[in-house]
Design a protein around this ligand. Structure first.
Ligand code: MGD
Ligand code: MGD
Ligand code: SF4
Ligand code: MO
Length: 756
């Protein structure tokens, strides 16, 4: 094949920023990749990883046929019709035996593929499922719950205008999250009028650029935040006017903060009291502050309490809904809901409506009548990414049915009864709903660069076929919608509303596949899977009308057209700080500051342990550091990494010397749940007593004889599979989030020739 000189617009699928890219193709190869200067969010920016994306498309072994599990655990190909028919039959069996609510739906979109996940909703409705979960339920649900209590939902920083930026357990230099992170961080560092505060036990690349680095002891952020708030209240730095005008319940909260012993709390977190006072004064004195909390605290002890204290810090200093501060924002489709129910077996709270990941095995491995009997997994790898893989494997093996939709035979797929091969993210219409930017919120519908690999299908088609096989959509409605769809968008919408008036539950429940089947064929360039965007454009015009109009879209129809045609991405809403207020769902748009359950935890802090290490496990292992060469488990090959191929175990020179470990030596890491070997890298950014392993390694890839810890037959493993080391019992009492950043561990030298 000859190379094609055209630069095709698309996006990076490796982190939530989804930087715009342009790609030159050579046959099916992504031959040249560049940042897309026309993308309104990333404006040409990328990090090192985007340029390796051909390794996603062509580097790993792809699935090219549905696979069915044999009694001996191996898989054999079956044709699509057979797979769809049998899966629908098996789902119906589970539904008849134990109810549709015994089917747990997991995943539905990683860092780049959310469009297909939207269609999963129709299958959930068809089978009568009530429970779902995804990776957010092992990181962000505690924060989402606190947000729901306070400002009503997710907030985002205004990074380009913030006078002070505060990063709490967040290293945007490596992990991004802040759009164009490295450029924005460097601009902030250079500007004498702006400052950066970083709270992190490690002297990260971000911390090195910061004006103040609060180098806490691992896991002690609750004391650090309590001390910061203590200073704000005790030194009279509260923004009284903001608090009086925009909040309620300050009377209830302030006494708890007035009572904090700042010196004692500073001592517990290991940060000099003077530095804490300086940081508190900097935040309180700034004209604007934007903040970002991430895994450093969300994967640690007291995670939900820390989220609350973090948010009180910017609320009490009036840093909401003004330029440069935190804002509520628009969404194309909201990623977190505010509902809370409890899980069927353990009765755990489901913050944001999701089953806490750490509890999934307990909800399966029991004879409780309401246990989960089946699991549906789409674009996720929970057998690898959730705590305690061994127990997760056991739970998955005990299910009556497991189906996985993925592009590759993953660790999770190997345990499934059926595996359905999806077209890759460059072979279909795709998009993400990480639309969290302020003031210009960006959305991009990506056109396929390539035809689907033979044997694969886009998720929208997979779900449509399954729902059809299930036979739940009323035929007459389908026919009426298809007729109306051919007449245009407005007749289609009228027909849809008419159907909903007759049978609201079913029409709304099946809306994604009804849209796909009836309206999809009428969309230009074969973009049938984009049909769900029509519903979302209507949603944007209802929920975010002012911002949508400011961005130049006069109607939902105009917005939908822009989504379909502007292949480099578009600003779908342009927000102004005042837009934050109408989102606040409480009486008089006042933010209720008190969360009594968390205030009680704050009061109890002085009596809580600040360390969970022991003589047996003296190190705190951060199991999942984001590095230049890590990217969840989206690349199913090792070859994309230029450096740090093995995913080194980092620790400081003093600790290494004490353990007799030189740079490059092999060490064994042991925890309450398992043990693994890794190559040592000395790194004095880490404080003594800490060690770090990178996220995303330890996949069982085809070829080779199986590494330590045993990949399945005929596989090889590079680096540590982190969740062979983690324990589901170490979790946040409120959200159930795992302590992946705080795994008590023992590290020992491995004698040459032994072990590895
Ligand atoms: N390169 C790369 N980028 C990624 C990803 C990736 O795999 N690789 N994954 C993406 C995903 S899914 C996510 S969720 C984000 C996560 O992005 P981040 O949360 O920024 O990433 P981490 O490196 O896991 O953790 C952030 C920081 O927490 C610090 N930390 C550890 N323990 C503590 C503690 O006790 N207190 C405090 N305050 N900090 C602590 C670590 O030193 C680290 O610097 O990254 C995204 N971006
Ligand atoms: N110990 C430890 N564990 C962690 C973390 C940690 O720091 N430490 N980090 C956690 C975090 S923050 C996260 S977000 C999770 C991430 O873990 P998961 O949510 O499990 O997701 P990914 O690793 O992103 O895997 C994405 C899957 O999607 C598949 N895929 C790629 N393209 C497509 C497609 O087009 N269609 C379909 N159907 N599938 C596709 C990939 O092959 C892969 O199997 O891991 C968590 N696990
Ligand atoms: S910051 Fe890097 S990994 Fe994230 S989307 Fe952009 S290029 Fe991809
Ligand atoms: Mo994540």
């Amino acid at each position: 094949m000859t190379a094609d000189a055209t630069w095709h617009p698309t996006a990076c699928i490796l982190c939530e920023n989804n930087c715009g890219l342009v790609v030159q193709l050579d046959g099916r190869r992504l031959a040249k990749i560049r940042g897309d200067k026309e993308h309104p969010g990333s404006r040409g920016y990328t990090c090192n990883k985007a340029l390796r994306l051909d390794h996603y498309q062509n580097g790993g072994e792809r699935l090219t046929s549905p696979m069915r599990r044999n009694p001996d655990g191996t898989h054999s190909p079956v044709d699509w019709d057979t797979a769809i028919r049998e899966i629908a039959g098996r789902l119906r069996e589970v539904q008849q035996a134990a109810g549709g609510e015994s089917i747990l739906f997991y995943g539905g979109g990683g860092q780049g593929n959310h469009l297909g996940g939207a269609y999963k909703g129709s299958l959930m409705h068809a089978v009568g499922a009530r429970y779902q979960s995804n990776a957010l339920a092992q990181e962000k649900t505690g924060e989402a719950w606190v947000d729901a209590h306070l400002t009503g939902g997710h907030t985002a920083g205004d990074w380009e205008r913030a006078e002070v930026a505060l990063f709490l357990g967040k290293n945007p230099w490596q992990s991004h999250g802040v759009p164009r992170a490295r450029t924005v961080l460097q601009q902030m560092a250079k500007d004498p009028a702006r400052s950066m505060v970083v709270i992190d036990p490690v002297r990260t690349e971000t911390a090195e650029l910061a004006d103040l680095h609060l180098q806490v002891r691992p896991g002690t952020d609750a004391w650090c935040l309590a001390a910061l708030l203590g200073v704000v209240v005790q030194e009279g730095l509260v923004d009284e006017e903001f608090v009086a005008r925009h909040t309620s319940g300050a009377d209830e909260v302030l006494p708890h903060l007035a009572a904090v012993d700042v010196a004692a709390a500073a001592d517990r977190c290991g940060v000099p009291e003077a530095t804490i006072r300086e940081a508190a004064r900097l935040v309180a004195g700034a004209t604007s502050v934007s903040t970002y909390e991430d895994l450093g605290v969300q994967h640690g002890p007291h995670a939900t309490l820390v989220s609350y204290l973090h948010k009180l810090l910017w609320l009490l200093t009036g840093n909401f809904a003004k330029p440069g501060a935190n804002q509520r924002h628009s969404w194309v489709a909201p990623l977190a809901r505010t509902s809370v129910r409890t899980t069927p077996v353990t009765g755990a709270r489901m913050l944001a409506g999701l089953v806490p990941c750490n509890l999934i095995p307990d909800e399966i491995l029991t004879d409780h009548p309401r246990r989960f009997r089946a699991m549906w997994v789409d674009s996720a790898n929970p057998a690898h990414s959730l705590a305690d893989s061994q127990r997760m494997h056991e739970a998955m093996a005990s299910l009556d049915l497991m189906v996985v939709v993925d592009v590759a035979m993953t660790e999770t797929a190997r345990l499934a009864d059926y595996v359905l091969p999806a077209a890759s993210q460059f072979e279909k219409w795709e998009a993400t709903f990480f639309t969290t930017e302020h003031p210009h919120n960006v959305f991009q519908l990506r056109a396929p660069l390539l035809d689907p690999l033979p044997g694969t299908l886009p998720e929208a088609e997979i779900y449509s076929r399954l729902v059809r096989e299930f036979g739940v959509a009323p035929r007459a409605t389908e026919r009426a919608l298809a007729r109306a769809g051919r007449l245009g968008r407005l007749p289609f919408t009228a027909a849809f509303l008419a159907a909903a008036a007759v049978d609201r539950r079913r029409t709304v429940g099946l809306a994604p596949t009804l849209l796909y089947d009836a309206q999809g064929p009428t969309l230009p360039d074969g973009a049938a899977s984009a049909s769900v965007l029509w519903g979302l454009a209507l949603r944007v015009s209802r929920e975010h009308r002012a911002g949508m109009r400011r961005a130049g879209h006069r109607s939902p129809s105009a917005l939908f057209d822009a989504m379909l045609t502007e292949r480099h991405g578009l600003v779908f809403t342009e927000d102004v700080p005042g837009d934050s207020w109408p989102y606040v769902p409480h009486a008089d748009q006042r933010i209720p500051l008190a969360i009594p359950e968390l205030l009680a935890l704050l009061d109890g802090l002085p009596d809580q342990p600040a360390s969970y290490t022991s003589e047996e496990f003296p190190f705190v292992l951060a199991a999942g550091q984001r590095r230049a060469e890590s990217a969840n488990t989206i690349f199913r090959t090792d070859d994309w990494r230029r450096r740090d191929r093995e995913g080194a175990l980092r620790l400081c020179a003093a600790d290494a010397e004490r353990l007799g470990l030189a740079d490059g030596a092999t060490a064994r890491v042991t925890t309450s749940r398992g043990s693994a070997v890794a190559c040592v890298e000395l790194d004095d950014r880490l404080q003594p007593g800490m060690a770090a392993l990178p996220n995303g390694l330890g996949l069982d890839l085809p070829g080779g004889g199986g590494g330590e810890g045993g990949g399945a037959g005929g596989t090889r493993r590079t680096g540590v599979a982190l969740n062979a080391l983690t324990d589901t019992a170490h979790r946040d009492p409120i959200s159930g989030a795992p302590w992946h950043k705080h795994v008590p561990a023992r590290i020992e030298a491995v004698a040459e020739g032994a072990g590895a």
